[in-house]
Design a protein around this ligand. Structure first.
Ligand code: C2O
Ligand code: CU
Ligand code: CU
Length: 474
């Protein structure tokens, strides 16, 4: 329906090849990890937050010796400033769009009213200003993020640097006394001139994975980590799966997208975050030096991938201390959502034939939900505010897709993969869930307010090529 918008972002489409990339070793590595800059609260009244986010083109000196990189940023920061909020707060965020194209700000995962959620149906024109207002309900503490969501413009805007982290804090948080470390992980493709190239054909099919993985905007920083740190991790990459490992240490999951888990889960050697997901962990291990790495992850399990090495993304000096909470300790009460009153089904599909047929040309609109490509003028599913929806999500494609629903948090109740059903280890709030090829995920979600809500694959390029639908809540 909107072929031109798709073509704009793929611009020089004869280029089916990835351009020559920046050689390794050109970004300065080994600098101490810096905390994310915080967005200033301009409000003086207690219980309120008011801040301003300006999206504008600029340039950043990313390489040691090369030219500055033209990029788009919020408040001239890459990633955008961290927004720290509290449950119960009245929030007002002013967005000033100084980009040469329409944009929005979407508050990924936060339970904000549909008309404040910065969806594709509510663009802010170049030069325009928009104030988003919402109040954070009790129980909304967690790690969220914000990013642009304009119709068919998301991939280009995120690839150029627009995304930032949000933390909502709660009174009575049992881990509140722990020092925190924040790892906002993004990736960036840079060509040989250190510029961000337009998408090439393969970027659209698989989603773009930038070769330069950054933590808080830094390339291979040095982390000083201890057992007592509460580590919040964001996967802000458009398409990269983060299969994190830290040899000599293990990760103890304590939180997911929507805040603390019901209880502390057993330590694990690696943790996987699909695009859009967040996690809170403690890290256990022995004193020493190690490397935070991304282990290979095969998003196309039906194909045998070329052998891949682990990718080092940070050096770590680890200091052991007694673990502040141990496995099984209760962190929070999560009430089960209960009996569903509405059934919703979303089948993720791909038209491989179209992808092959159009190889080297305009990116095909070949990623679908329930057989359809996204259309803003069409309602795909319906629900009612206050009613529990039981979603059945089916991945009928040959690759992994992270499924995301707007409007708040859901509870995964069952997974069905390779003929086996399983339930999650404990109750948790999530807004993005990964599905392997052939996998079925059943989850419960209650939309609290009426309005239009999107659901889509969070591989940004797939969302933009049509793998998105609209839920009308009345
Ligand atoms: Cu994080 Cu609809 O997006
Ligand atoms: Cu979202
Ligand atoms: Cu996808």
């Amino acid at each position: 329906a909107h072929p031109h918008a798709v073509m704009d972002h793929a611009a020089p489409v004869a280029a089916t090849e990835t351009p020559a990339l920046l050689p390794a070793g050109r970004l300065p590595a080994g600098q101490a990890l810096l905390p994310l800059p915080r967005l200033r609260n301009e409000a003086t009244k207690p219980g309120t937050f008011s801040g301003t986010l300006v999206a504008e083109p600029g340039s950043a000196q990313l390489t040691t010796d090369g030219p500055a990189t033209a990029c788009w940023r919020y408040n001239q920061s890459l990633p955008g400033p961290l927004i720290e909020l509290e449950e119960g707060m009245e929030v007002s965020l002013t967005f000033i769009n100084r980009l040469p194209e329409p944009s929005t700000i979407h508050w990924h995962g936060l339970p904000v009213p549909a008309d404040q959620d910065g969806g594709p149906d509510d663009p802010v024109a170049p030069g325009g200003t928009r104030v988003y207002r919402f109040t954070l309900p009790p129980g909304s503490a967690g790690s969220y993020w914000y990013h642009p969501h304009p119709h068919q413009g998301v991939s280009g805007q995120i690839a150029r640097g627009l995304a930032g982290a949000i933390i909502v804090r709660a009174p009575g948080d049992p881990l509140a006394a722990l020092p925190e470390q924040h790892w906002a992980i993004s990736d960036l493709r840079l060509d040989a001139q250190a510029q961000i190239p337009p998408h090439s054909y393969g970027d659209w099919v698989d989603g773009r994975e930038g070769e330069n993985v950054l933590i808080n905007g830094q390339y291979r920083p040095a982390l000083a980590l201890s057992t007592t740190h509460r580590v919040r991790i964001w996967n802000m990459c458009p398409a990269r799966y983060l299969n994190l490992s830290l040899p000599g240490c293990e990760f103890v999951p304590v939180g997911s997208d929507g805040g603390l888990l019901e209880k502390v889960l057993p330590a694990q050697a690696a943790i996987l975050l699909a695009p859009g997901e967040r996690m809170e962990v403690l890290v256990t291990g022995a004193d020493g030096h190690s490397t935070l790495s991304l282990l290979p992850y095969n998003r196309h399990p039906m194909m045998s991938p070329p052998p891949q090495a682990a990718l080092e993304i940070a050096t770590v000096t680890y200091q052991a201390a007694p673990q502040p909470v141990s496995e099984g300790v209760a962190l929070r009460t999560i009430a089960p959502l209960g009996e569903p009153g509405n059934l919703l089904r979303a089948v993720m599909m791909e038209k491989m034939a179209d992808i092959m047929k159009n190889k080297g040309q305009t990116p095909p609109r070949a990623f679908l939900i329930n057989g359809k490509s996204f259309d803003m003028a069409r309602v795909d599913l319906t629900s009612k505010a206050g009613v529990v929806d039981r979603w059945e999500i089916i991945n009928a494609t040959t690759m992994d897709h992270p499924f995301h629903i707007h409007g708040g948090q859901f509870q995964v109740i069952e997974r069905q993969y390779l003929g086996k059903k399983s339930a999650p280890a404990c109750l948790a709030w999530k807004d993005t869930v990964n599905l392997r090829p052939g996998e079925i995920v059943r989850l419960l979600m209650r939309q609290e307010t009426p309005g239009m809500r999107m659901y889509h694959c969070h591989i940004i390029e797939h969302e933009e090529l049509g793998m998105m639908g609209m839920l009308k809540v009345s």
